[in-house]
Design a protein around this ligand. Structure first.
Ligand code: G
Ligand code: G
Ligand code: MN
Length: 398
């Protein structure tokens, strides 16, 4: 295994190289200057299987180095080393992972041989990643055909009350059933739809289907809120509230049962129009939810300006929050604030029992996530509810 160590401190560099040598790693290259290490990788991205990277360096710091590694699509493993605060190391780790780098671990300096052994032992077992293939890019014309030709499908993910286990509603999520490529997730076509002004057609198509589904559930005795995602770009068409009102009337669904989940995915282009539209939706008693709350896109300023009645805590803060003091603090603060504003709270990304118990203890009202259920086709919901009834009692007790 070829190991590259990058650290501006000659002493630290010698120490780690020595530790690696004693552990039996002989193919070690050490660089005091990040630029030299980078030059080596630029000529051959496979020059190292694992990089041990110090974060605090004068010429080029670890964050810059990570950015260069990402643009080189470095396929090997990365171990971060730093004497900085744990939270700084964690942030760089997340950044590197977001760049799709294979982060083996992050260590606080000085590192012990045991720590190195553990991380490098793991690296030896997992083969090098093949560089990720770029997501396929569809043409706007193809997407337009898909929308018009009914290739988009709705799936539904339950939102349940943490206090009682009652199923309160669902969120509608779109999928593209592509005849050749199979099932495609929204990340691969929503941005395209926004860019080419197809999002209005897409949203309206989904909404009509979701309302028909809500009506069918209501007729079989299931009284469920139905959430539909709305992009900020939908809020430029001033007839949107009227369209929604007509669609509700046609389907025979009460406006109170619909919740539009708004994410600010791109910069708000026309703020005044958006405010006009959101306010008119509220006047029609349609529910408004602020989605992905806590991320850069959705923030406090919007809570003040727009009459939201539901707040969705972003999954990035939810899963694993029990073991992350910063995320727990953010959750508590946001829940307290929503409570004072009289806004219903939903935690997204509840993936395990620990997440469930924590959110319940913190007084969050609704939970959504893999722990409860994955998104499913509408016909599967009644069957899932039977199964859920079996799990429910135990989760609610205690
Ligand atoms: O479904 P997934 O599980 O992969 O959703 C990924 C993202 O796509 C989420 O942020 C969700 O809000 C968004 N999304 C899903 N369906 C729709 C939709 O119908 N319209 C819009 N605008 N976004 C959607
Ligand atoms: O609208 P939005 O981003 O918030 O939609 C929710 C997204 O999160 C969808 O892509 C959905 O498939 C996904 N999702 C739902 N439950 C979970 C979960 O428990 N964990 C994770 N990581 N993603 C989830
Ligand atoms: Mn959503």
């Amino acid at each position: 295994m070829k190991i590259l160590v990058v650290d501006d401190e000659p002493f630290a560099l010698r120490l780690v190289t020595h530790q690696l040598g004693r552990m039996g790693f002989s193919d070690v290259v050490a660089h005091e200057r990040a630029t030299d290490a980078l030059a080596m990788l630029q000529s051959d991205a496979h020059a190292a299987d694992v990089i041990l990277l110090d974060l605090q360096m004068p010429e080029m710091d670890g964050v810059e180095f990570v950015r260069h590694l990402a643009s080189l699509r470095f396929p090997g493993g990365l171990i971060l080393l730093s004497a900085e605060d744990e939270r700084i190391i964690e942030t760089v780790r997340k950044l590197a992972q977001a760049h799709s780098l294979d982060v083996l671990g992050a260590l606080h300096k000085p590192v012990t041989s045991e720590q190195l052994q553990r991380l490098l032992g793991g690296a030896a077992k997992t083969p090098m990643r093949t560089p990720r293939t770029e997501a396929k890019r569809y043409s706007p014309v193809r997407l337009m055909q898909a929308i018009a030709g009914g290739e988009l499908r709705n799936v539904y993910q339950p939102k349940v009350e943490l206090g009682t286990g009652r199923v309160a509603g669902v969120e509608t999520l779109v999928r593209w059933q592509h005849p050749e490529d199979g099932l495609i997730g929204p990340d691969q076509f929503i941005p395209l739809a926004e860019e080419y002004h197809l999002i209005d057609d897409l949203t309206r198509t989904m909404l009509v289907k979701a309302l028909a589904q809500a009506r069918a559930w209501a007729e079989s005795g299931l009284d469920l809120h139905i959430g539909v995602n709305v992009s900020m770009d939908n809020l430029g068409a001033l007839d949107f509230p009227d369209f929604v009102a007509r669609a509700l009337a046609t389907a025979g669904v009460r406006p109170e049962m619909l919740v539009l989940e708004v994410t600010e995915s791109r910069l708000m282009i026309n703020t005044l129009a958006a405010l006009d539209i959101l306010t008119r939706l509220r006047l029609k008693h349609i529910g408004l939810s602020i989605d992905d709350f806590g991320t850069g896109h959705s923030s406090l300023a919007q809570l003040r300006g727009i009459p939201f009645d539901e707040l969705k805590l972003d999954k990035g803060f939810v899963h694993g929050a029990l073991h992350d003091a910063a995320n727990r603090t953010i959750l508590e603060a946001n829940l307290g604030m929503a409570h004072q504003l009289g806004i219903r709270t939903v935690a997204e990304g509840v993936e395990d029992r620990e997440d469930w118990d924590l959110l319940k203890r913190l007084g969050c009202q609704l939970a959504q996530g893999y722990f409860v259920a994955r998104p499913m086709v509408g016909a599967d919901l009644p069957g899932w509810m039977v199964e859920w009834d079996g799990r429910r009692a135990e989760l609610v007790a205690g």
